[in-house]
Design a protein around this ligand. Structure first.
Ligand code: HEC
Ligand code: HEC
Ligand code: HEC
Length: 435
């Protein structure tokens, strides 16, 4: 009995300590920045451009819905979170918000009534947006976006995640200092760093998550920055390090894929296709180049001497060219279904059919993106610079689970690719999720 009372007493004390800790943890509230002159006015178009840089539209617009009226369901590790109406409607949107309210939401994830926003709203990154861009955006939302009256679905996560006050503690642990200081004097590199770390919020998908599900690297100084993450079942590949998706690419290659959705090596899919459609295709050429130079600068230059043609490419080519009846199922299916566009060398055709040799989607640790692609196909978005649409057909009706598994396993080991095999169960899983 005594031990029992001791345990209960201990738990009560522990509970009180945790509660006090939560109450007294400082809420991150970034003070108004006063760097701008009181009469500072954004130039025409600045606010809309800053919105494109930050991709506010993607998350705050339902498929087929009014721009910025919210209600888009966003899958998070905690459950489904609905984005809010950020049109200037007084009742259902942010019509009554002051500049300080807007800043607190973007930098600190706090609403005017003091409640905390879930980090599905990427304030981990937006807290590095500069005051000019922020004020220009505020102006744009208040004066140029038409108000839309629309209540959004209420987010209701399961306990304990529905306790928004708990986010106060999370923020104390997870958020780094607001503001932006470039690591370099070079204005182009500094601009690129700003765009990637701040408005572009690339780390929200491309950085891994730490123990408390916060981004493990939000800035170029962090080891885990852009080292690869996962979003909605797709791998967002590392953009630096030994597995970097852009290893060996030129600045022009990076600028091209962000501006048009495709380049000589790859094509964008899934969530990244939406990033290009709603955001990066609107970047000016200078900004695309700045982002490209910054990202390439994070990668070790390739040693040209080591870049001889891989023997394993020749091996796969010979295998495919021999086309014997006892050929592996995976290789045979490739010849029958894929070869016409992607070719025996797995190199495709520049800006038309992506390379499969060394492709980050093909070799990603999780094969789900690749399987989604094979089953469902995909279409590259039309962009201003590359308006024609290219389609990759889906093979869900033509290939069964065992066949898709054999084909995917072949792709993941052909031409020197070295990723793990895929089993039919995983294919069945992805097929179900697609229906
Ligand atoms: C990756 C998705 C995503 C992006 C990008 C995004 N938001 Fe959000 N935003 C959300 C979600 C989800 C919520 C609701 C979070 C919650 O319920 O806690 C939200 C909430 C907000 C709120 C709070 C509104 C309210 O009524 O409580 C504001 C303001 C806001 N976002 C503005 C913006 C602006 C401005 C941008 C672009 C600079 C932007 N958001 C970009 C997902 C996003
Ligand atoms: C909403 C999540 C998300 C955001 C935000 C995001 N990415 Fe991605 N990105 C992905 C995913 C998922 C992939 C893998 C899809 C694919 O292979 O096309 C990807 C792929 C890429 C690729 C490699 C393409 C390839 O096929 O090799 C590049 C380069 C890239 N992203 C750059 C960026 C940059 C730069 C930013 C910030 C401006 C950014 N991404 C923001 C999710 C995201
Ligand atoms: C009619 C031509 C065509 C055929 C046949 C075809 N593809 Fe594609 N494939 C494309 C195009 C075009 C794209 C780029 C579209 C996109 O990514 O949205 C693409 C993209 C891909 C990608 C994504 C590459 C990246 O960088 O994002 C993979 C993987 C792929 N195909 C595999 C296959 C496999 C496996 C087969 C056979 C089962 C196949 N394709 C058959 C045209 C084709």
């Amino acid at each position: 009995m005594r031990t029992f009372l001791k345990i209960v007493g201990g738990l009560v004390v522990l509970g009180i300590v945790v509660l006090l800790a939560i109450i007294f943890v400082p809420v991150q509230r970034t003070p108004a920045q006063t760097a701008l002159a009181a009469d500072w006015q954004p130039q025409e178009g600045h606010g809309e451009y800053a919105m494109r840089l930050s991709d506010c539209m993607a998350c705050h617009t339902e498929e087929g819905g009014e721009p910025f009226a919210g209600n888009r369901a966003i899958e998070s590790p905690l459950g489904t979170i609905y984005s809010t109406n950020i049109t200037p409607d007084d009742e259902t949107g942010i019509g009554g918000w002051s500049l300080a309210d807007f800043r607190a939401a973007l930098y600190d994830g706090v609403r005017p009534d003091g409640t905390h926003l879930y980090p599905a709203m990427p304030y981990e990154n937006f807290r590095h947006i500069g005051e000019e861009d922020l004020r220009a955006m505020y102006d744009y939302f208040m004066t140029e976006v038409p108000p839309v009256r629309q209540e959004v679905e209420e987010t209701s996560l399961t306990f304990p995640f529905n306790q928004r006050w708990g986010l106060r503690l999370w923020k104390w642990v997870a958020l780094d200092d607001a503001g932006f200081t470039p690591d370099t004097d070079d204005p182009v590199l500094a601009r690129g760093q700003y765009l990637v770390e701040g408005p572009g919020h690339c780390a929200a998908c491309h950085s891994p998550r730490n123990m408390v599900m916060a981004q493990a690297g939000t800035g170029a100084g962090d080891d885990a920055f852009l080292m690869g993450g996962e979003v909605a079942g797709w791998t967002a590949p590392p953009l630096r390090g030994p597995q970097s998706a852009i290893r060996g690419w030129t600045e022009a290659d990076v600028a091209m894929i962000l501006g048009t959705g495709r380049n000589a090596h790859a094509a964008l899919n899934g969530e990244m296709q939406l990033v290009a459609r709603d955001s990066t295709q609107y970047f000016t050429e200078d900004d695309l180049q700045a982002v490209a130079r910054f990202l390439i600068g994070l990668n070790e230059p390739l040693d040209p001497a080591a870049e001889t043609r891989d023997d394993r490419v020749t091996e796969t080519e010979q295998l495919l060219a021999s086309a014997t009846p006892d050929m592996d199922l995976g290789a045979r299916l490739y010849l029958d279904n894929c070869n016409a566009c992607h070719f025996v060398d797995g190199r495709g055709a520049d800006e038309v059919f992506p390379e499969l040799a060394g492709n980050s989607l093909v070799t990603a640790e999780s094969p789900r993106g690749l399987l989604t692609m094979i089953l469902g196909g995909s279409q590259l978005p039309s962009t201003a610079l590359r308006p024609y649409r290219l389609r990759m057909p889906g093979f869900a009706h033509r290939l069964d689970d065992d066949e898709v598994a054999a084909l995917a396993s072949f792709l993941r080991s052909a031409w020197g690719n070295a990723a793990a095999e895929v089993d039919a169960g995983t294919v069945a899983d992805v097929r179900d999720a697609q229906l």
